[in-house]
Design a protein around this ligand. Structure first.
Ligand code: FMN
Length: 165
């Protein structure tokens, strides 16, 4: 898939097959996240690769809409510390890099909020100054992706302005 098509066709997936993800592919996905730029290059993120079934079940309990994530063969938690001023933006860039890299290899993914901050920090054993900004579930898709009209986006004219609001 060419780069533009990879980006604009990416939809979030919550239903995966049991097919394991090769370690080389896991490393390629995570490397794509590691190479994301950050404000002033402070690199405020660290990643925790989660594949142990017990850890997957435990981290699923830390989000209000995360009950489905243990079915994903791979979960990557993006941990963040407040060394910079644009940490959430930097974490988002890293997460999107990983999801696009995965999509280009036919892997679906979905970001998941960790509403219970202490739960996620304790489950992953993060140091005090760190928190889980987002986790991302990855896997080979078990359902055909939605067509783009179904995956609703606001109309272009509502979303985009030229020169002034
Ligand atoms: C910051 C963020 C947090 C999200 N949290 C959750 C979540 O907790 N659980 C979930 O199932 N989906 C979550 N999502 C996925 C969104 O629901 C999804 O991106 C949105 O519905 C658009 O999906 P689409 O690209 O397939 O159209 C989250 C997305 C983002 C960007």
């Amino acid at each position: 898939m060419d780069t533009y098509k990879t980006i604009v066709t990416k939809r979030d997936s919550r239903s995966f097959t049991e097919q394991a993800i090769p370690e080389e592919t896991v490393r390629r996905i995570v490397q794509a996240g590691r190479m994301a730029g950050s404000s002033k290059n402070v690199q405020p993120c660290r990643f925790v690769i989660i594949q142990d079934p017990e850890q997957k079940a435990a981290i699923a309990k830390c989000g209000d809409f995360a009950a489905w994530i243990p079915t994903a063969p791979l979960i990557v938690a993006v941990a963040l510390t407040d060394v910079g001023t644009r940490g959430e933006f930097d974490a988002g860039r890293a997460a999107q890099n990983m999801m696009i890299a995965a999509w280009s290899e036919d892997l679906g993914s979905c970001p998941i909020s960790m509403h219970h901050v202490e739960c996620a920090r304790d489950t992953l054993g993060l140091p005090e100054a760190w928190r889980v900004c987002i986790v991302v579930a990855f896997g080979y898709k078990s359902k055909p992706q939605q067509s783009i009209p179904q995956a609703a986006r606001l109309p272009w004219d509502e979303y985009v302005r030229r020169d002034r609001w």
